[in-house]
Ligand binder design. Structure first.
Ligand code: ARG
Length: 292
C-alpha cells in the first residue's frame, strides 16, 4: 500500500508539472493553452485515488497543542511525543511524507487547519457537530471522557455538586463548551466557568484555590493528578466523546488518504500498541484504544 501510494504520489507530481508546463506556455498561443490546462487539470483529478496536496510538498503539517499528555507533550529536550504524535508519524510514513508538528494554543490549532495553514489538527480533538461544520473529520481513533478533577478534601462528590461552583477548563475545548452552556443544556452557565490557556494552568488554579474543580479529558486528568499530590478525579464522567483528526474542508483527497492509512494502522495493531505504550488500560483509564 505504501508503495502504491508513493507511486500515485509520483504520478501526481508528474501531473502537476504538466499543468505548470501548460500554463507557462500560455503566453505562446492563448486559446489552445486554456484547453490544454483544463485537460491537464482533468487528468490530475482522474488519478485522484491516491493523489492529494499538502501545505508544504512532501510534508504532513500537524497543528496541535502539546500540553495534553499522553496525547501530545514535549520531552525535556524539546521534542514532541505522545499518542497523537506517534500515530501522526505512522500516518506520514504510510503517505510517504515527513511529519512536522506545529505547537500552538488549542483554539489556534483548530483554526490553522481551517485556514489551510496546517494539513491536519491532531490534538485529542473531539468530534462535535459545530466542528464538523467547519472541518472534516477522519474516522475516530480513540475515545475520551470529560472528567472532573477536585482537591482530595473537596465537598464536590458528583456532577450535581458542581452547581454554583467555579469550574476551570482549557479554552476552546469541549470541557469549556459543555460547562459554559446553560443549565437546561447540561452546563453550569458561562459565569461559573474560567477558560485557561492549557490544562495544566487550570489544574494549577485548582491547587491555588482559584477554581473549585477542573473539567478536562480523562487521560490528561490522570497524568495531572499523578504529577500533583492532593488531587483526585470524580468517579462520574461528565461526557463521553470520540477523538478524530480534523482536515480542511476542501482537502477531501488528503482526508481519504489519512483514513486509508489510519485503517491500516488500526488493522495491523499499530494504533493499539501506540495507545498501550502511553495508557495503561488495565487500571481503568478512560481513553480506551481504537474506536470501531
Ligand atoms: N477533547 C477536547 C476537545 O476536543 C480537548 C482537547 C484538548 N487538546 C489539546 N491538545 N489541548 O475539545
Amino acid at each position: 500500500m505504501k508503495k502504491l501510494l508513493s507511486v500515485l504520489l509520483a504520478a501526481g507530481m508528474v501531473f502537476s508539472v504538466t499543468a505548470c508546463g501548460a500554463s507557462s506556455e500560455s503566453t505562446a498561443s492563448t486559446e489552445t493553452n486554456t484547453a490544454e490546462a483544463a485537460s491537464a487539470e482533468t487528468a490530475s483529478t482522474e488519478t485522484a485515488s491516491g493523489e492529494f496536496t499538502t501545505v508544504t510538498d512532501g510534508v504532513l503539517t500537524m497543528s496541535t497543542n502539546a500540553a495534553f499528555p499522553p496525547y501530545e507533550m514535549t520531552t525535556d529536550s524539546g521534542d514532541f511525543e505522545g499518542i497523537d504524535v506517534e500515530i501522526a508519524g505512522a500516518i506520514a510514513d504510510k503517505l510517504g511524507l515527513e511529519l512536522q508538528v506545529d505547537d500552538m494554543d488549542f483554539d489556534a490549532a483548530l483554526l490553522a487547519v481551517q485556514q489551510g495553514k496546517s494539513d491536519m489538527v491532531m490534538a485529542g480533538v473531539t468530534v462535535t457537530d459545530e466542528r464538523k461544520a467547519v472541518m472534516n473529520f477522519t474516522d475516530s481513533y480513540a475515545n475520551g471522557i470529560q472528567s472532573v478533577i477536585v482537591l482530595e478534601d473537596s465537598d464536590i462528590a458528583s456532577i450535581d455538586d458542581m452547581q454554583g461552583k467555579l469550574i476551570g477548563t482549557q479554552a476552546g475545548t469541549t470541557g469549556y463548551i459543555y460547562c459554559s452552556d446553560t443549565p437546561e443544556n447540561g452546563g453550569f452557565g458561562e459565569d461559573n466557568v474560567i477558560a485557561y490557556d492549557n490544562g495544566i494552568t487550570a489544574v494549577q488554579a485548582l491547587m491555588n484555590g482559584q477554581v473549585d474543580c477542573v473539567v478536562i479529558d480523562n487521560a490528561p486528568a490522570q497524568e495531572f493528578v499523578k504529577a500533583n499530590p492532593g488531587l483526585k478525579i470524580l468517579d462520574t464522567e461528565y461526557a463521553n466523546e470520540d477523538y478524530a483528526i480534523g482536515v480542511n474542508k476542501d482537502n477531501t483527497a488528503l482526508l481519504d488518504a489519512i483514513n486509508g492509512a489510519l485503517a491500516e494502522l488500526k488493522a495491523d495493531g499499530t494504533v493499539d500498541s501506540i495507545v498501550a505504550k502511553y495508557i495503561n488500560t488495565d487500571s481503568g483509564d478512560a481513553a480506551s484504544s481504537t474506536a470501531e
